[in-house]
Design a protein around this ligand. Structure first.
Ligand code: BES
Ligand code: MN
Ligand code: ZN
Length: 519
């Protein structure tokens, strides 16, 4: 069970579709494109006129969501099957749509047990950044998790994704796009596997062992802090959360060192690793409590991002920190009203034991500073309030200063993950006042996602800090044509892209944003 998710081979080329060495060709069809197009005419010939007939019947219009499967009947063609996907108007083509189209291709191939799929990049889909998006979509769409089924998998895995350029030459930028897509999708699929794993198997200890096996390399070290080491760091909030469980806490510390001379910023990625959240003494209702096996999705995203970065080799140092604990009720558990002392000395009144994520993250942010972080970003399934505010379509962002928030938003947009900023000014701070201690761990119902963020801000030591709440985006309750049900792997691509984009010191705020030329 410790293996990486199955990873298909990825390649790309330009040339004739008839010669493509694949089982299934997937072609997006736009609504407003001219009927005469070389590759469409070739496909029409290859299918003995199936496209022309489907068009005449009104089955092939390019409308979004439209799917048309047919056989390729001409002997001289190498691929045997063709899928046309309606892509809507060409003017609406963006990174998101490219990823969805790739996702439909990956999923269709996977569900039919077709081992090799060719994704045809027509029009602007052939630019390097959209090639990257399509490939990520295909690799993410082909992900299936049958680990805990005893029956044999209903279909064999996807072995090869080929990106077929239709009207432009293959370039070095395309090669770089393939490498990025492969590493980022592998990182996200790894995070998905970790998040889907049940909490009886993925304990804090197992989580640490898994990170060590998956991430350790010549460039990235993994150190696991046990309870003694955690006590030496005086991480009283983490120990407080975990004391109700028989499973001991761990802190996973991953350190990536770039090749050559190390200089510039050290970004710290900090992910919530609650392997199961019952709520503790402030116990949650039974309904859907099983979902809380995924309360470590932020930690999984950090591990997936570190795995991807190890391959993509950004030029600055990156720290990955995952505080891992199980939040349980019991005779040793913390009670509402208890006061705990954080690693940075702050006293915290725990008014609700279900607001545990912010507690363990606060100590992890302090640890990140001790380990030399210059910039902080944390990621967590932190609040139900975030789901109420943004639903399941965007993650929330609270951060400081605005320049850092903008850089994170920019990275998320470049990575194709939707993030929406919430206000994080001091006017909300009074909600966290405690009668007894320095701060309370809850701020009441209004603006719950913001006050959770502002709680964390108090532990950011004045460094540039951003917080991503992925409570609404960490998993899908239902499958769609481009993604399976279950963990989404959200955050991996944003975190890794942030590290790839911001690497050199700049005079203004210590960071220079550099887009890779193809992104
Ligand atoms: N892990 C939960 C938040 C959560 C809820 C994530 C639903 C994903 C889906 C978190 O630890 C929690 O319980 N938060 C409380 C905070 C409250 C007590 C202030 C919440 O949102 O209800
Ligand atoms: Mn909770
Ligand atoms: Zn939680």
């Amino acid at each position: 069970m410790t293996s990486l998710p199955h990873e298909p081979a990825v390649s790309g080329s330009s040339g004739s579709l008839a010669d493509a060495d694949v089982d299934l060709i997937v072609v997006p069809l736009f609504q407003d494109e001219p009927d005469s197009d070389e590759s469409l005419e070739a496909l029409d010939a290859g299918t003995a006129g199936a496209l022309t007939r489907a068009r005449a019947r009104g089955e092939l219009t390019g409308r979004a969501q439209e799917l048309f499967f047919t056989d390729i009947v001409t002997e001289s063609w190498s691929p045997a099957r063709l899928l046309l996907i309606g892509a809507g108007p060409l003017s609406r083509l963006d990174r998101r749509l490219a990823e969805v189209l790739g996702g439909v291709a990956g999923m269709a191939a996977r569900d039919r047990g077709l081992a090799r799929v060719g994704v045809v990049a027509r029009n602007e889909l052939g630019t390097a950044s959209l090639v990257q998006a399509s490939l990520e979509g295909a690799l993410l769409g082909a992900f299936r998790d049958f680990r805990f089924k005893t029956a044999p998998a209903p279909s064999s895995p996807l072995l090869h994704v080929r990106l077929l350029l239709d009207d432009r030459p293959w370039s070095a930028e395309h090669d770089a796009a393939v490498a990025r897509a492969q590493a980022l999708a592998a990182g996200a699929n790894l995070a998905r596997e970790l998040s889907n794993e049940p909490a009886n198997l993925l304990t804090p200890q197992a989580f640490g062992e898994r990170a060590a096996t998956l991430v350790t390399s010549s460039r990235t070290t993994v150190e696991i802090l046990d309870e003694e080491a955690i006590a030496r760091e005086e991480m009283g909030l983490l120990l407080g959360v975990s004391q109700g469980s028989v499973e001991p806490a761990r802190v996973i510390v991953m350190r990536y060192t770039p090749p050559g001379k190390v200089q510039g910023p050290t970004l710290a990625l900090v992910g919530k690793g609650v392997t199961f959240d019952t709520g503790g003494i402030s116990i949650k209702p039974a309904d859907s409590m099983d979902r809380m096996k995924r309360d470590m999705a932020g930690g999984a995203a950090v591990i997936g991002a570190m795995a991807a970065l190890d391959r993509l080799q950004p030029s600055s140092a990156v720290l990955g920190i995952v505080p891992a604990a199980e939040n349980m009720p019991g005779g040793r558990a913390i009670r509402p009203g208890d006061v705990l002392t954080a690693a940075n000395g702050t006293s915290v009144e725990v008014l609700n034991t279900d607001a545990e994520g912010r507690l363990i993250l606060a100590d992890a942010l302090t640890l990140a500073q001790r380990l030399g972080a210059t910039h902080l970003i944390d990621i967590a399934t932190l609040t139900g309030a975030c789901v109420i505010a943004l639903g399941h379509h965007a993650s929330a962002l609270v951060g400081h200063p605005d320049t850092w928030v903008e850089q994170v938003l920019h990275a998320a947009a470049a990575a194709g993950e939707r993030v929406w900023p919430l206000p994080g000014d001091d006017s909300y701070n009074r909600q966290l006042d405690s009668e007894t201690a320095d701060v309370a761990n809850i701020g009441g119902r209004p603006a719950g996602a913001i006050t959770a963020g502002l709680f964390l801000k108090r532990f950011s030591g004045g460094l540039p800090w951003a917080h991503l709440d992925i409570a609404g985006t960490a998993w899908w309750e239902e499958a769609e044509a481009w993604h399976p049900k279950g963990a989404s792997g959200i955050g991996v691509r944003t975190l890794a892209t942030l590290c790839l984009l911001y690497t050199s010191p700049s005079p203004r705020d210590g960071l220079l944003s550099r887009m890779p030329s193809s992104a």
